[in-house]
Design a protein around this ligand. Sequence first.
Ligand SMILES: [Zn+2]
Length: 261
Amino acid sequence: MFQRIQKLVKREWAGIAFRQEVQLELPHPVVSFTFDDVPASGFENGGRILTEHGFVGTFYVSQKFLNADDPVEYFTREHLSIAVENGHELGCHTHGHIQLSRTPLETSIHDLKNNRRAFRSLLPNLRLSNFSYPFGEQTLAIKKHLSRTYRSARGVGQAINCGQTDLFNLKTIRLYEAQYPLDFIFKKLDEAERCNGWLIFYTHDVKENPSSWGCSPQYFEAVVQETANRQLAVMTVNEALDFIEMKTARPPETISPNFNN
Ligand SMILES: [Zn+2]
């Protein structure tokens, strides 16, 4: 219980004390499909379904899971290169899938650097511009550190990014089939349309009998099809940030890494 409170306090404090904010004033809603860790089925089924619809997504990968097969089969180098060939974005998670709020800062920084280095040695010229926090866990020091390397970091807070938005704690809507029926997800699309917001979906595995943190190919296909039917703009996280920079009323330097605090 104490640990839960401690984690919550750290996350809340990180949110209050450090925000790289942008006021979203988009001419239309934007949808991003993102995957964490990532299980092989996320690339194979999730990536395939997006490609079939002419869409691209963002895959936040942890080196720890490269070629791993426990408890599920994870990605290989081939998954990464096919994803890049198909225009998908690769982003960073952490190397060891560590909880950043429970790890000493120096160890965390070492881990973050290792992850970037590992993926760049696998795929030279790879751009890794965006990050997602394992378990959504973050601290003030880590947020500041990440802002020097990345354009954004996605948390796990369940909401649509509308209006004032912290780029280093982007909100998300979970595609966890066991918890969120399709009508709940479609209502979130309504909400994004009402506020011209940025709706970032996230999931893990996309397979028959999915884990509690994933969904079936049918469920994923239904969400992608609904997004296509509504003619919503689908972008990778990096493309969405380009679009936000282009459309925001503020000068670009307020979005690019630039901190004095
Ligand atoms: Zn993760």
